[in-house]
Design a protein around this ligand. Structure first.
Ligand code: PEP
Ligand code: MN
Length: 640
């Protein structure tokens, strides 16, 4: 059951309550990070509701109706986010685990790890103890395989995941790997589950071949009951009568689990389908259905693989899939994890501590108010250990980054419906700051009001002007609502919340509604669902590490026929794809223009020095705004 406590309860009283419960044989769980003042209580039913309600500081007693308790959504409303080094699983992030079915040799594991890292995986998988249907099949390299996994981590910085098949191997796993996996065949091996719970390392818990969702959650409860809450569920297909695929992927498990549990949910389309060409369609569908990530088998020579070759993707196929995932994720409000300044790179524990420490001191500044789309972009791009804070204007963002008050700024640069945000283009020209990354966010507008407000009661709507433009049809259908412009969606929601006025409403995100304790009256009121805003990250230095595949420049040309053409010719002759070209007036020089261009190339690469020289020759002014990774990982592949 859940005890709801008084808002202002003291820590002393809370501890007394915990002792009373413990003395009566109950297990007490305080959900972390929930912001709610509650205690989860599991134990004998000897304590009556009357007894608990009579305790000072308790305002309500809510029974948990499901058989699983700790992992239930009733116990914790917020999604659990699991940290593995600097990688987060759950929340708004999409995490990709990839690698071979089994570690076969040092060379094989290292080759595949480098490939999957290049294409965007942030965790590496590979079995060292393989549960095979036949005792005569390859059983894995055992400890030797674990040593290879540890070496892969040293070399690539990718954290490693491997299957544990027996409690006997717990010490070895503790020594060599970061995440343990409990395979489908062991989902109800209760001794192994308890052991995983005691080990405390993050666990990927696969669904059993013929297990119900409830049985699966009960298995997760075994791990949680031992004190380990770092559990990631992984659906990998269940046995049905259908022989055309190895198993049947139960995609409906995703929305079902999202309702029942706070734990992150991954999909393994490799074991689910068993067939290479079926893997990518199912992976794309999984992300569209709300999965938090994927576990994919990849092999550079699948024909020679010692296990599961027919379902393993070639590295290039994997790269293509990741590009699709990058595009699909924002549609459902998520973001593929970005590898900014070596995001996934953690070689040794000592190094990782250093890295975490340096990230903990970092700050990102954004426009407006908590709950704005800029705030969401800041959270999605940076993990939660980078502190974020708002300022009132775009110029303030530039000033804060320039002065060092913030390490990063995040600014909207263009909207798919409304076009460029010119003020930021002008500021990029004015300040000596660089673009080091980008991401797109889907903008879904909602009508937000107090819980008891009815649509017909609303007299005025608060929102920033672009939001009004994007919700024209809704406003036209409700002509009696007066529009009140404010500077950001988050501020609109905050003002309505604080006013307490039941006749006011705001336009904003679901996150803003939740943040300020408001209700969504009507969702998705924007005219066009293809409403995306592209943000860029700005820093004092150019991006140092990681692959860069996009560059932004600004230039002016002489006022002669063909001068712009000469610059375009440089791009064309060097096979550089131009993805955006826009002109802006030069301040103080009427009818003269600067050109802003986005190119699909890395202008910091030594091979492109020559290209810069050629552009310089044909321009009067040239400024490189930055080279960065636009998230479409992989080389040599066409853009989608
Ligand atoms: C695996 O991930 O290689 C594996 C054996 O998976 P499952 O337990 O889902 O069959
Ligand atoms: Mn496998």
């Amino acid at each position: 059951m859940i005890l709801v406590l008084e808002k202002g309860i003291t820590q002393v009283r809370k501890s007394q309550l915990k002792s009373i419960l413990a003395e009566n044989g109950c297990m007490v769980h305080e959900p972390d990070g929930s912001g709610q003042n509650i205690l989860g209580v599991i134990g004998k039913n000897s304590l009556t509701r009357e007894f608990l309600m009579a305790q000072d500081g308790v305002t309500d007693v809510i029974p948990i109706s499901t058989a699983y308790k700790l992992v239930s959504r009733q116990m914790k409303k917020e999604d659990t986010i699991i940290k593995i080094g600097n990688v987060e699983v759950g929340g708004d992030k999409i995490t990709i685990i990839a690698g071979p079915c089994a570690v076969e040799s040092r060379e094989q594991a290292m080759t595949i790890a480098k490939e999957v890292k290049k294409y965007g995986a942030t965790l590496f998988r590979g079995g060292a103890f393989k549960p095979r249907s036949s005792p005569y099949s390859f059983q894995g390299l055992e400890e030797e395989g674990l040593k290879i996994l540890a070496e892969v981590r040293e070399v690539t910085g990718l954290r490693v995941v491997t299957e544990i098949t027996s409690p006997m191997h717990a010490d070895l796993m503790m020594k060599y790997v970061d995440v343990i996996q409990i395979g489908a065949r062991n989902m109800q091996n209760f001794e192994l589950l308890k052991c995983a719970g005691r080990m405390g390392k993050p666990v990927v818990l696969k669904r059993g071949l013929a297990s119900t969702i409830e049985e699966w959650l009960m298995s997760a409860e075994y791990i949680a009951a031992e004190g380990n809450r770092n559990i990631i569920l992984c659906e990998r297909g269940i046995r049905t009568f259908e022989p055309y695929t190895r198993n049947t992927l139960d995609l409906s498990a995703i929305p079902v689990l999202k309702q029942l549990t706070h734990l992150p949910v991954l999909i393994d389309p490799s074991h689910a389908t068993g067939i290479r060409e079926k893997v990518s369609p199912m992976a794309r569908a999984a992300i569209a259905a709300g999965a938090d990530g994927l576990m994919i088998e990849v092999h550079h020579k699948p024909e020679e693989a010692l296990s599961d070759g027919p379902q393993s993707l070639y590295p290039k196929q994997f790269g293509r899939l990741i590009r699709d995932i990058y595009v699909i994720a924002p549609v459902v409000g998520k973001q593929l994890i970005h590898d900014y300044t070596g995001y996934s790179a953690v070689s040794t524990d000592a190094l990782s501590k250093e890295f975490n420490k340096s990230r903990k001191d970092k700050r990102v500044v954004y426009l407006g108010e908590q709950g704005t789309f800029s705030h969401k972009a800041a959270i999605q791009y940076f993990s939660s250990d980078v502190e974020n804070y708002p300022v009132p204007s775009f110029r303030d963002i530039f000033e804060h980054v320039k002065s060092g008050a913030a390490d990063f700024g995040i600014i909207p640069i263009e909207n798919s419906l409304a076009g460029s945000i010119h003020e930021n283009y002008d500021l990029l020209l004015e300040y000596e700051l660089f673009i080091t990354g980008e991401l797109s966010i889907r903008v879904v507008h909602n009508l937000i009001a107090h819980k008891d407000t009815k649509l017909e009661d609303i007299k005025q709507i608060l929102a920033p002007p672009p939001a009004f433009q994007q919700c024209r049809r809704f406003l036209d259908a409700n002509p009696d609502m007066k529009i009140v412009p404010v500077n950001a969606t988050g501020s609109a929601v905050k003002r309505v919340a604080e006013s307490g006025n039941l006749k006011d409403a705001a336009i904003g995100s679901v996150e803003a509604a939740n943040l300020f304790g408001m209700t969504v009256l009507e969702d998705a009121i924007e005219d066009n669902p293809r409403n995306f805003t592209r943000f860029v990250v700005i820093e004092k230095q150019m991006a140092q590490e990681g692959a860069k595949n996009k560059s932004s420049i600004v230039f002016s040309t002489s006022n002669k026929p063909g001068s712009l053409f000469e610059v375009m010719k440089v791009f064309s002759e060097n096979q550089i794809n131009l993805v955006k070209l826009e002109s802006r007036p030069i301040h103080g020089k009427p009818w003269q223009y600067m050109f802003y261009a986005d190119l699909e190339t890395d202008l910091t690469d030594s091979n492109t020095i020559n290209v810069i020289a050629q552009i310089e020759k044909n321009t009067e002014f040239l400024k490189i705004l930055g080279s960065y990774n636009c998230g479409k990982k992989g080389d040599g592949l066409e853009m989608i």
